[in-house]
Design a protein around this ligand. Structure first.
Ligand SMILES: *Cc1c(COP(=O)(O)O)cnc(C)c1O
Length: 388
């Protein structure tokens, strides 16, 4: 038995390079721990990476979403159309603004992204924004959503938490709408622990977000340190949504390896797709041609028979040592939302959420590890249904 076959294959695994750790140590040694030169350097580098005018680092993607919604003018009484097949933060940020998240359907299990046709059905005079989430780092139906929003004067926002190096028609994901929100949470494609970023071309959005990120103070501590300001005014009710310097240093260092990491993810994803293609009972979302532009955050698969989700996951874990997760339990089915909006039914999203399982993927995954996942999944699909 090889070492690999005894170990659990994790859903995700993080390997930091020595230079990443050195960058953090250097930030700590500098004695300046928040909102200093490393934040500015990281923001500039990320803006260049996206080819966008403004990149504003935040404490999390959730914070970036909240600020994006506020900057889009979302407030009490407004409606924000969001997918339900997403992490709950996409919807919660609307509630933070006093608005109502309107959950819309995915296209289907082959394409688990916001369905433009259902968005059209759900637009009302109160609709202020539509939020596209690039599931797994694969582009949402951006062309259709832009057309729908532009025609009606509704803002398109992007939850690009999964997509820091994804693109569509050669244009980076997260730069199509009024603003895009990225996540640097531990298990994301560009991970630093906790962190996020808002990208925008819009000068007004950028100013508002920079201001609200730090209590709407007219000058920051770094400005005052450099003698650019003596005091400050507070001009709005803002937040502490700042990123700190050690994380900016880590993010900047890891940004240098992002493209290479994503290329490795794409190569493993293509290999998964080739080898899983023939397995009966399995749907592999998205098309082979989509992989080239995807950030490949995760490898999602869907079981034809949604009733087998729990048993296949258990087989994989207990017999084959393969960790899986569900991306995502439908947000509208969480208690907090069934209590607020009882009776909401989204059959395609519910079927996708009950069919989905996410199998291991990380840049340094070996082919031997991947083969074990593939063999395990194949055996689990063959296992008699009575085991469920
Ligand atoms: C992870 C995630 C978020 C939240 O990101 P944080 O940085 O943890 O706040 C938001 N939306 C989606 C789709 C995510 O996957």
């Amino acid at each position: 038995m090889s070492a690999v076959s005894r170990d659990i294959i994790p859903l995700f695994d993080l390997q930091l390079k020595d230079e990443d750790i050195a960058a953090v140590v250097e930030a700590l040694r500098s004695g300046w721990l928040t909102m200093g030169p490393r934040i500015q350097e990281f923001e500039q580098a990320f803006a260049e990476h996206l080819g966008v005018a403004h990149a504003i680092a935040t404490s999390s993607c959730t914070a970036a979403l909240h600020l994006a919604y506020l900057a889009a003018g979302i407030g009490p009484g407004d409606e924000v159309i969001v997918p339900s097949m997403t992490f709950v933060a996409t919807a919660n940020a609307a509630v933070y603004c006093g608005a109502r998240p309107i959950f819309a359907e995915v296209v289907d299990r082959e394409r688990p992204v916001l369905d433009p046709a259902d968005v059209l059905e759900k637009i009302t005079p109160r609709t202020k924004a539509v939020v596209a989430m690039h599931f797994g780092g694969y582009a949402a139906a951006v062309d259709e959503l832009i057309a729908i929003c532009a025609e009606r004067g509704i803002a398109l926002l992007e939850d690009a938490a999964h997509a820091p190096a994804g693109e569509l028609h050669g244009r980076p994901l997260g730069t199509w709408g009024l603003a895009g929100a990225f996540s640097f949470f531990s298990n994301k494609v560009l991970s630093v622990g906790e962190g996020g970023l808002l990208a925008t071309e819009d000068e007004h959005v950028a100013q508002r977000v920079r201001s609200l990120r730090s209590h709407a103070m007219t000058s920051g501590s770094w400005d005052r340190h450099r003698g650019h300001a003596d005091t400050y005014d507070v001009v709005d009710i803002g937040f502490n949504y700042r990123m700190d310097e050690p994380r900016a240093a880590l993010a900047l260092s890891r940004l240098g390896g992002l493209q290479e990491d994503v290329e490795k993810r794409r190569r493993l994803t293509r290999r998964y797709r080739e080898q899983l293609r023939g397995l009966p009972g399995l749907i592999i979302p998205f098309d082979d041609a989509d992989v080239a532009g995807a950030a490949c955050y995760v490898m999602p698969v869907m079981l034809h028979d949604a009733g087998r989700q729990a048993s296949v996951r258990r087989e994989l874990r207990e017999r084959h040592g393969v960790q899986t997760s569900i991306l995502y339990p439908a947000a509208h089915e969480f208690s907090v939302y069934t209590e607020r909006y009882p009776g909401l039914s989204l059959p395609r999203t519910e079927l996708a959420a009950r069919s989905e399982l996410t199998i291991p993927l990380y840049p340094h995954m070996t082919e031997a590890e991947q083969d074990r996942v593939i063999a395990g999944l194949s055996a689990a699909l063959d296992a008699p249904a009575s085991r469920s």
